[in-house]
Design a protein around this ligand. Structure first.
Ligand code: C2E
Ligand code: CA
Ligand code: CA
Length: 736
């Protein structure tokens, strides 16, 4: 029961008791009044009357005795007569007011009157009989006494009656007093209860007022609406938001979605409790939370302006699925879209496009130009695909590789479109006031004809692209034979397993020298496989197979162990030579790679500062963020890090800055024609300049001539490695 209801009930009860009490008290008062009035108007006159009557009887008797004594009527008879008349009157009066014994009084009066007359007759006669007279007088006295007795009884009765009445009225007054006291107690109790409830009520109201401040001060818009959806209350934050969105508007309903009223009706029918929805109001993105208060037939609406959050989220999502340079969707988005096609068995084709010899463009023209070329090519591809008849999505996968996902395409259409794109490249690309003629290699495959898994299709499209790249400026459809070369790996794989067991692998070391002084300061460890028949297989052949089959994990562990032992041995013998170890992609990404290193540091007791890890550029760029995180851990362990084959991959300059590396190893392709090729010279100069800018050391590899050395020395290259100084050989020969 609600508090106010309780208070009303108590008040009503008190009033009802009050009315009943007033009635009782009034009644009792009236009764008491009647009693006292009776006393004054009836009882007292009655007693007076009796008293007078008694006096009259006595006086009459006395007068008759006087008459007997004086024996003369003179002066007396008149008095006797008038007393007798008084007596008669009084008797009459008494007769009217009394009943019962009073009936005998007239008879006594008759006797008195008769005795009075007999005495008178006797006394006035000449022959007065004195005896008779005395007898009569005696009789008179007797009658008087009888009357007296009756009157005494009467007096007693009247007095008793009066007393009873007094007691009754006293009782009534007492009852009244009791009732009044009781009523007072009831009122006091009610007042206490009422006071208690009022206090609770006051406290609740205060609390409610404090709560009411909550929506008032809420920084987010809060509204109260009636069941029809009309706004009854809106806090200041609602007004503020309205002003932000529509500075001119006064109408708070402008903050609600246009279909709000309509939806409200259906929610009222189908939902209970809370409904959440989003809506764009002008430029703002708002999040609504509506509570339906069915019992109160009203709704609470909470609004949150999530524009910033939404924009940040959109931005993040955009970044996750888009390439920074071109704004095109990235590899991740492509994989999702392709998976979507496969899931819904929608036929499609994948066309991979790559710029031929792109690394030479970036190396010769600089990374910014490379970025710009990619950007412009992305734009051109988008324009071209937009004008094509079928639905085509364009992606940039990595470096210079783009991808087109052609929906519902037939084989001929894809080839036709690919040729269109190739033809369009006859027109130069203008970047930084220079024109570039690009050759594109393209490879494509079809879903479902060429595969039914995302990875399978991507791998097949890449196989086709690789084939096209080998030919250059060509378009190739996927053919299962493209993977046939993998078959030739089988004997190599088997051979490597044997080689590990039979100790056919040997580590050779090639010196890295200081470019200025020509002194040896480090050595790169390079694996050699001497077969049973005495022949040697190049690591360039078997390392990729080991990577593909996963054997590189085992072989790589052995290589690192040998490198650590050699470094330890050199330093223990007093040779300050750092050992550089090549780390393959698979090894680098292996989840126990760091554990393995820690384990080997422990077992070989090598100082990690005497070890440099060579990681290829393309490997790092494949997943730059993850690579950075691993590299940071390697740095923290104490290793030096070098980027191998620098210039062949495509490092984004922004990433390069973030790599925690120590040196760049300029790929031998740039060193090879250093003396004759001006282009290569400027590439190497640019790389050295970049490295100095980033405070990195440079190593040039593949130095075969004195001239190359001199050029590099003049360019301020820090270290040199190549056949000119030493061929890879055993540690003993290296020291010699
Ligand atoms: P790389 O890491 O770029 O190694 C340099 C290669 O250039 C070596 O070939 C080396 O012998 C060769 N070289 C050194 N100086 C000269 C020179 O003046 N002229 C010419 N023409 N070549 C020179 P190698 O030893 O045949 O190794 C080939 C590739 O195999 C390496 O390229 C590396 O990617 C891989 N590899 C070799 N050993 C290992 C290893 O222990 N672990 C891993 N993961 N990969 C290795
Ligand atoms: Ca290397
Ligand atoms: Ca290299």
């Amino acid at each position: 029961m609600s508090l106010t209801k309780r208070i009303w009930i108590i008040l009503a009860t008190v009033i009802a008791i009050g009315v009943i009490m007033s009635y009782i008290v009034r009644n009792s008062g009236e009764q008491a009044g009647i009693s006292s009035r009776n006393l004054v108007s009836v009882t007292i006159p009655k007693l007076n009357l009796i008293k007078q009557l008694r006096a009259s009887i006595t006086e009459h008797e006395r007068l008759l005795y006087e008459y007997y004594a004086r024996t003369t009527r003179e002066g007396l008879w008149e008095k006797i007569k008038s007393t007798e008349t008084e007596l008669a009157d009084q008797l009459m009066a008494i007769n009217e007011g009394f009943s019962g014994h009073v009936m005998t009084l007239p008879k006594l009066y008759g006797e008195i009157k008769a005795l009075q007359n007999a005495i008178d007759v006797n006394l006035i006669s000449n022959s007065t009989d004195w005896d008779q007279a005395r007898a009569d007088l005696a009789q008179l006295t007797k009658v008087g006494q009888q009357a007296e007795a009756i009157l005494v009884t009467l007096t007693k009765e009247v007095e008793e009656h009066a007393q009873q009445q007094t007691i009754r009225s006293q009782q009534q007054i007492q009852e009244m007093v009791n009732l009044v006291i009781l009523y007072t107690l009831v009122i006091m109790a009610s007042a206490l209860v009422l006071g208690y409830f009022t206090q609770i009520n006051i406290r609740k109201t205060a609390k409610r007022r404090a709560l009411a401040k909550f929506p008032e001060r809420n920084p987010n818009p809060v509204m109260n609406l009636n069941w029809q959806g009309e706004i009854l209350f809106a806090n200041p934050a609602s007004q503020k938001l309205l002003k932000e969105i529509y500075p001119e508007s006064e109408n708070l309903t402008d903050l609600l979605p246009t279909d709000f009223q309509e939806n409200l009706k259906s929610w009222q029918k189908n939902y209970d409790g809370q409904i959440n929805f989003n809506a764009d109001i002008d430029t703002k993105h708002l999040e609504f939370s509506l509570s339906l208060l069915r019992d109160l037939e009203s709704c609470h609406l909470y609004i949150e302006d999530v524009t910033e959050r939404k924009e940040a989220q959109d931005q993040l999502e955009y970044q996750a699925f888009h390439d920074v340079h071109t704004g095109l969707p990235n590899r991740r988005k492509f994989e999702l879209d392709l998976t979507h096609h496969i899931k819904h068995t929608q036929a499609c084709s994948i066309l991979l496009i790559s710029i031929d010899r792109f690394k030479f463009i970036t190396a010769s023209q600089g990374y910014h130009i490379g970025d710009d070329i990619i950007h412009h090519l992305g734009k051109r591809l988008q324009e071209l695909t937009a004008s094509m008849s079928c639905q085509i999505d364009t992606y940039r996968l990595e470096a210079s590789t783009f991808c087109l996902l052609v929906s519902h395409a037939n084989t001929n259409e894809v080839l036709y479109n690919a040729k269109l794109i190739q033809g369009a490249m006859d027109e130069a690309l203008y970047v930084n006031q220079h024109s570039y003629y690009l050759n594109l290699s393209m490879g494509y495959c079809h879903y479902p004809q060429d595969g039914n898994t995302t990875q399978g299709l991507i791998s097949n499209a890449h196989a086709a692209l690789n084939h096209a790249r080998k030919l250059g400026d060509s378009i190739e459809a996927y053919h299962p034979q493209f993977h046939a070369s993998e078959q030739s790996w089988l004997p190599i794989e088997r051979g490597m397993r044997e080689a590990l067991e039979k100790h056919q692998f040997i580590m050779f070391y090639q010196a890295k020298v200081d470019a200025q002084s020509g002194k040896i300061c480090a050595a790169e460890s390079l694996i050699r496989w001497f077969k049973e028949d005495g022949s040697m297989m190049s690591p360039a052949t078997f390392i990729p197979v080991a990577e593909q089959t996963g054997l590189i994990i085992q072989i790589g562990y052995w290589i690192i162990e040998q490198g650590f032992k050699q470094a330890k041995q050199f330093h223990d013998a007093g040779h300050n030579i750092q050992i550089a170890i090549n780390i393959s992609a698979r090894q680098f990404q292996y989840r126990h790679f760091l554990d393995q290193l820690s384990q080997l540091i422990e077992s070989t007791q090598v100082n990690p500062q005497h070890i440099e890890l060579e990681i290829t550029e393309s490997l790092i760029m494949e997943n730059a963020d993850q690579s950075i995180s691993i590299m940071k851990k390697l740095k923290a362990m104490g290793f030096s890090l070098a980027i191998d084959d620098f210039g062949t991959g495509y490092s984004s300059l922004s990433y390069l800055k973030q790599f925690p590396i120590d040196s760049l190893k300029i790929d031998q392709a740039f060193v090879k024609h250093l003396e004759s090729d001006e282009n290569d010279k400027s590439i190497v100069a640019a790389i050295i300049d970049l490295a100095q800018h980033l405070k990195l050391k440079t190593i040039a590899e593949g130095v075969e001539t004195h001239e190359q050395w001199q050029i590099l020395k003049n360019m301020q290259c820090d270290y040199i490695q190549g056949y000119y100084f030493s061929k890879p050989s055993t540690p003993d020969k290296l020291l010699a």
